[in-house]
Ligand binder design. Structure first.
Ligand code: CA
Ligand code: CA
Length: 164
């Protein structure tokens, strides 16, 4: 006797339209290859715009990052949220950048239970690329590292990792 369990497939979208402000990060998932899609869940919780969502799946975990406008004068921050039950529920929102610089353009990669996040940030005075790593599946993150640390404008980071 064989039991076939379709691989889960995931999708995320965010709405950016003039009739819904602020923009938010929405999550929807399908566990049957897209035949049925669970109701939309709103992952962001911010009175200003949330945008630039990125998603990664590792095992039963779903990791999502995005950018939020905090205030016009203090710029943006990078936020992270994870699910460990195939997207049925999500844990608390974590502010990964949490600084007064303009933190934008997040990218994410996973390898086993490691989660890697980069973004560009003006906190040091010019644009640098910041990096944070979790070795515990996003439960918490190590300290932020400035991995560009150059006088010029460093921007548009990309990230890749091998499967752990
Ligand atoms: Ca910031
Ligand atoms: Ca730089």
């Amino acid at each position: 006797m064989y039991i076939f369990k379709p691989l889960p497939s995931w999708l995320i979208h965010y709405l950016n339209s003039s009739d819904e402000k602020p923009t938010k990060v929405f999550f929807r998932a399908s566990t049957d290859g897209g035949d049925n899609i669970i109701p939309t869940e709103t992952l962001s919780n911010n009175p200003s715009d949330s945008f630039e969502p990125k998603i990664n799946v590792s095992g039963n975990s779903v990791h999502v990052i995005w950018t939020e406008l905090q205030a016009l004068l203090t710029g943006h921050d990078i936020f992270f949220r994870r699910s460990t039950d195939d997207g049925d529920s999500f844990g608390p929102i974590i502010n990964l950048s949490d600084n007064s610089g303009n933190s934008t353009v997040p990218e994410m990669s996973t390898s086993g239970t490691d989660v890697y996040v980069v973004w560009q940030d003006t906190d040091p005075g010019n644009n640098e690329i910041f990096f944070r790593r979790s070795t515990v599946n996003g439960d918490n993150f190590d300290a932020t590292q400035n991995i560009s640390d150059s006088a010029g404008i460093s921007h548009t980071p990309q990230l890749a990792s091998t499967i752990g």
